[in-house]
Write a protein that binds this ligand. Structure first.
Ligand SMILES: *Cc1c(COP(=O)(O)O)cnc(C)c1O
Length: 230
């Protein structure tokens, strides 16, 4: 297990470094988030033993169980919530996570802001954009973005770091790039309007190169690290 993970981790880092070089991104400008949804706590412990400390999770209950199982081992892990957020789950998310990538409406940001404990640093958030306009997909529509981002940037207990998107899956590189370029343009417009944003959370196992080509600073990788999900 550990060995498998270490081999996959090195392969993913090779892809990241190759993409940084190919698309003139500074070396080390892309962070790797390991998406550990549905993986047992033992897999996370093995990943940490291989040097991976940041984990993305989609389901709150499952994550709390894994956090409890891993707490005994005393590892300093950084937890990122990346799944759909129901309003009744915001308190636990605000208390237990360092990052939330899937904030898709102001109401959720306001709840996270109100519920972030004072002894913790502000919660890092990314605003999720519905880039492919799929009705089934979560995420804010482009037209709502500027006002929502401005309002979120003023909340003191959260820190709006940038945008997140999950484009409609395609294996065609040019189409992947086009979707990610849209996200980058939206981010650039917010920055031009005065917001301080430094994170573009985009790219998964099948499209990380296209995401890095378009400025991703954080790729969220599941299958390529842990193997295909059941
Ligand atoms: C599952 C998931 C990922 C990882 O996808 P892979 O294709 O397994 O790399 C990334 N981001 C989000 C939001 C996810 O739900």
């Amino acid at each position: 297990m550990t060995c498998d993970f270490a081999v996959r981790l090195e392969a993913v880092w090779s892809r990241i470094r190759a993409a940084e070089a190919r698309f003139q991104r500074p070396p080390g400008s892309v962070r790797l988030l390991a998406v550990s949804k549905t993986q047992p706590a033992t897999a996370i412990a093995a990943a940490a033993a291989a040097g991976q400390y940041c984990f993305g999770e989609n389901y709150l209950r499952e994550t709390l169980d894994k956090m409890a199982a891993l707490a005994v081992q005393g590892m300093a892990l950084e937890w990122h919530f990346i799944g759909p957020i129901q309003a009744n789950k915001t308190r636990a998310i605000a208390e237990r996570f360092a990052w939330v990538h899937s904030v898709d409406r102001l109401k959720i940001a306001e709840r996270l802001n109100a519920q972030r404990p004072n002894h913790l640093p502000p919660l890092n958030i990314c605003l999720q954009i519905n880039i492919s306009h799929e009705p089934s997909k979560h995420g804010l529509e482009e037209s709502e973005l500027p006002a929502a981002a401005r309002a979120m940037a003023m909340l003191p207990r959260i820190r709006l770091r940038g945008l997140m998107a999950i484009p409609a899956p395609t294996l065609e590189f040019a189409a992947q790039r086009q979707s990610f370029a849209q996200v980058r343009h939206l981010q650039e417009r917010l920055i031009a309007a005065g917001l301080q944003l430094d994170v573009l959370s985009m790219g998964m196992s099948n499209d990380l190169e296209a995401a890095i080509a378009e400025g991703s600073t954080l790729v969220r990788i599941g299958a390529a690290l842990f193997g295909p999900r059941a």
